[in-house]
Design a protein around this ligand. Sequence first.
Ligand code: ATP
Ligand code: MG
Length: 558
Amino acid sequence: MNHIESVGKSENFLDQIIRSELREGFDEKNLKFRFPPEPNGYLHIGHAKSICINFGFGKEFSSPVNLRFDDTNPEKENIEFIDSIKNDIKWLGFNWDEECYASNYFDQLYDWAVHLIREGKAYVDDQDQVKIAEQRGVPSSPGTNSPYRERDLQTNLDLFHKMKINHFKPGECVLRAKIDMESPNMHMRDPIMYRIINHEHHRTKDKWVIYPTYDWAHGQSDYIENISHSFCTLEFEVHRELYDWFIENIPKKKKLLPKQREFARLNISYTIMSKRKLLELVESNVVDGWSDPRMPTISGMRRRGIPPDAIRNFCDKVGVSKRENIIDFALLDFCTREVLNKKAYRLMAVLDPVELEIINYPEGKNEMLTAENNQEDSSYGNREVSFSKNLYIEREDFKEESNRKYFRLSIGKEVRLKNGYIIMGDRVEKDKNGKITKIFCTYDPNSRSGSGTDESLRKVKGTIHWVDKNNHEIINVNLYDRLFKIQSPDENKEVDFKSHINENSLIKVKNVCAESSIKNVSFDNYYQFQRKGYFKLDSKNDKLTFNRTVTLRDTWKS
Ligand code: ATP
Ligand code: MG
């Protein structure tokens, strides 16, 4: 297939870059992409954007996409993170071509570093990082050369070898590229290539005590893997010159060289998007681990009940741009509702029950009413819901007196019980504090939904959900609010972002009454508790516990 012509969907600027290269003769067979996470935390929704971009191009052009772990920082990385990343990418619906690790290239990178030393393009510096940073200076004026910059070749080779064989302590020396201390681009002022880190690596174990920096490892890994387009976020734009310099200066056999191109990070309101800060939330027990349903992590969203297609649709809608902006969390909710409306099985559950007695319904009678599992899709079939004289309804669905705008139950007014009969409020019973303990009503025996009578078709203003008092299950539900109280919790660097945590972001509701068919729920499905929102089964211990994914409509006031 020829991909030079647009495939009809709206093109983003990365698309345009690729297509214009194809028009200029770049062979489509040589397109290759990668997603390069550092295994120092769980993936978040920002990574999902990068995944959708890279794997999206893979699908669009039928090109391979590598998963490459950028594992150059052994102090912060581990196998748990690697496993979670792989799991999350698969769950999002993508498959990588090769599973790669920057650490696979440590030998090659070392050899290339030796080559740069031999070429007079790298040297060992005995100064500490503070001193090195000082000498770098500021962009507007040239930096100062290190006193070790002119070391002779043999000394550099010896010292670098000693660095490798664990002769020095961390911080005693580093290997730096010898580029240009006067460059207006600070990243070109003799950047560090290797530092000593005395920490076991999760893959190479104790083989290495020197580790390549991001800049030294990334482009070379792209080159080794034949990546054609290396997409990253905007903050790396200033690294591009260095990316190209390293590639230019290593000994090469290949003609096709990778290109780095940058796009804007995804930021979402009322949350944070940095693994380091998410780790802080986990370690300070502000949340229940990386997969807490309030976390913006992929695993948190999965546990919350957001389906993978909703995340992919969200990333599509957000698009790819060159300018940073903050996306409203409501857009993700919108995408979630859109998918769940089609997918979710419907059930009835009463979160805050109050008893309702139908005065004129026969004592001891029990009916099984038919209810659709999903009115959007008849292939979901029907279920039976138990109905009798005594029911539970939502406390907020009743008011003794009401105005014209109140469409729920009140004295002298009618509502329909979902999938059941039309009832009219009659009177209430209260405790000594005036709290309603029981509502009495009458029903119209000919009005049952689906019974085909004129009354069954009669329209009343409101429909409320209910559960049979004599036949139901007690479950727990977790309701969530935003994790942070303000839109951009990490904007002000002076203030600890954790001080903006919303203490009421989790409400645990016990003794929720649900229709008895809830016994059949599974972890694989999505549910709508009618009128209450979309819910995901979280555990089957003791009682069933559900997490509310999202309400049916936006109830957040912003
Ligand atoms: P964090 O600061 O959260 O740790 P990172 O950029 O250090 O993020 P990496 O594991 O290095 O995390 O990122 C892997 C890929 O995902 C990179 O290409 C990176 O640019 C991209 N990425 C990370 N965060 C975002 C984001 N918020 N929006 C879009 N892409 C992102
Ligand atoms: Mg990173």
